[in-house]
Ligand binder design. Structure first.
Ligand SMILES: NC(=O)c1ccc[n+]([C@@H]2O[C@H](COP(=O)([O-])OP(=O)(O)OC[C@H]3O[C@@H](n4cnc5c(N)ncnc54)[C@H](O)[C@@H]3O)[C@@H](O)[C@H]2O)c1
Ligand SMILES: [Zn+2]
Length: 339
């Protein structure tokens, strides 16, 4: 068990690494707390929610939308939740994104915390305060940046995580290695998903290392003016593919990272694409997808990293060092149409 406080511009987040949901009552008063989770997690771990008022929503990205927000708000009113109520999202990235968003708007803002239960949420989605929902094919189109008060890790939840969700989480881990941590990239090359799953200590260390990478990047640039943009490596094209083709987030960004490597070759002299694609494949993720380039570009150009006629695209200089490059939309369109 390890407790670390990360300070951000106007608030801080307490990280409780390798704790357990049983410690939640020491952090927040059960009488003034509402948990939000999804059916998969609730059904696999029903006992662990005993003694907590819990709102259970339908699982999956298609429910990361306004109608789910409305239904949670109605249930909160039913619970007579007030401004002292604390919301705790227990789930994957969909649940943490929705919980943080509802907590930010209900009665103009409640405190909130997370117990991330998917690998992706442990290493990425729960950290950094970006909370929001999708609008049609546009991912995370509506939302807010507001930090959770705490993040508690209970690695026991991973016991029920489906294999494909493990792979999904490794996409973000590989992303962190590509943009920030060449030593971790080497470690990942020498390990396998199975080896991480077999030894609890290995996965605990890897999760903490990745959570720290993300928390430190966010500390430096909470509102995404420069450094934080690096975390979007693989996400510009990835997001455009994700909802249009119903891909999993990890799959979409794995493909996005591959194409970002190819663009890095063209614009930046990057020469390690094969190393990156080998690593992506090693963890069961795809590196290629046949897509309708025009349709995808139409969605891509609405990305939040666009500034008028330019896109801020994340490229690699070498493995372990990401950079932001401003690419005119017209040039990006021609690069993508030639893939
Ligand atoms: N806010 C951010 O900074 C940020 C960063 C990265 C990703 N995200 C968002 O996170 C989402 C993806 O996260 P995700 O992959 O965790 O999605 P998710 O919440 O949909 O979880 C994936 C699936 O795994 C199930 N699940 C989760 N934990 C489980 C467990 N312990 N046992 C059994 N089943 C479990 C869920 O029910 C769901 O079916 C996307 O919407 C993405 O936009 C947000
Ligand atoms: Zn992501």
């Amino acid at each position: 068990m390890k407790h670390i406080k990360y300070r951000f511009s106007s608030s801080s987040t307490d990280f409780y690494f390798a704790y357990g949901i049983s410690h939640l009552k020491e952090i927040t008063d059960p009488g003034a707390t509402v948990l939000i989770t999804d059916e998969n997690i609730f059904n696999a771990h029903t006992k662990r929610f005993k003694g907590w008022r819990t709102i259970v929503v339908k699982p999956g990205e298609e429910f990361k939308v306004q109608s789910t927000v409305d239904s949670i708000i109605e249930q909160l009113i039913g619970f007579e939740a007030d401004r002292k109520t604390v919301l705790v999202g227990v789930g994957g990235g969909v649940i943490t994104d929705i919980t943080g968003y509802v907590a930010s708007i209900y009665m103009r803002g409640l405190q909130f915390g997370f117990i991330p239960t998917s690998l992706l949420a442990l290493v990425d989605a729960s950290i950094g305060g970006k909370n929001g929902i999708d609008v049609g094919v546009y991912k995370n189109m509506v939302g807010i940046i507001r930090q959770p008060r705490f993040i508690l890790h209970d690695m026991f939840f991973l016991n029920s995580l489906p294999q494909r969700e493990w792979e999904n989480g490794f996409a973000e881990i590989i992303k962190h290695a590509c943009i920030k941590d060449a030593a971790m990239f080497n470690e990942l090359e020498s390990m396998t998903l199975k080896k991480y799953q077999q030894r609890k200590i290995n996965i605990c260390k890897l999760v903490q290392r990745n959570a720290s990478i993300k928390a430190k990047v966010v500390q430096q640039d909470e509102f995404e003016k420069n450094e934080r943009r690096l975390l979007n490596f693989g996400h510009t094209l990835g997001h455009a593919l994700e909802n249009q083709y119903g891909l999993m987030h990890g799959q979409a960004i794995a493909i996005g990272m591959t194409y970002a490597c190819k663009i890095s070759e063209q614009l930046n002299g990057f020469s390690q694409t094969e190393r990156v694609t080998n690593l992506i494949n090693r963890y069961g993720l795809p590196t290629y997808f046949s897509f309708d380039k025009e349709r995808v570009f139409e969605v891509l150009k609405m990305d939040k990293k666009r500034e008028r006629k330019d896109m801020n695209y994340i490229l690699l200089e070498i493995v372990g060092k990401g950079i932001t490059k401003t690419i005119p939309l017209s040039q990006l369109e021609s690069i993508i149409s030639n893939f």
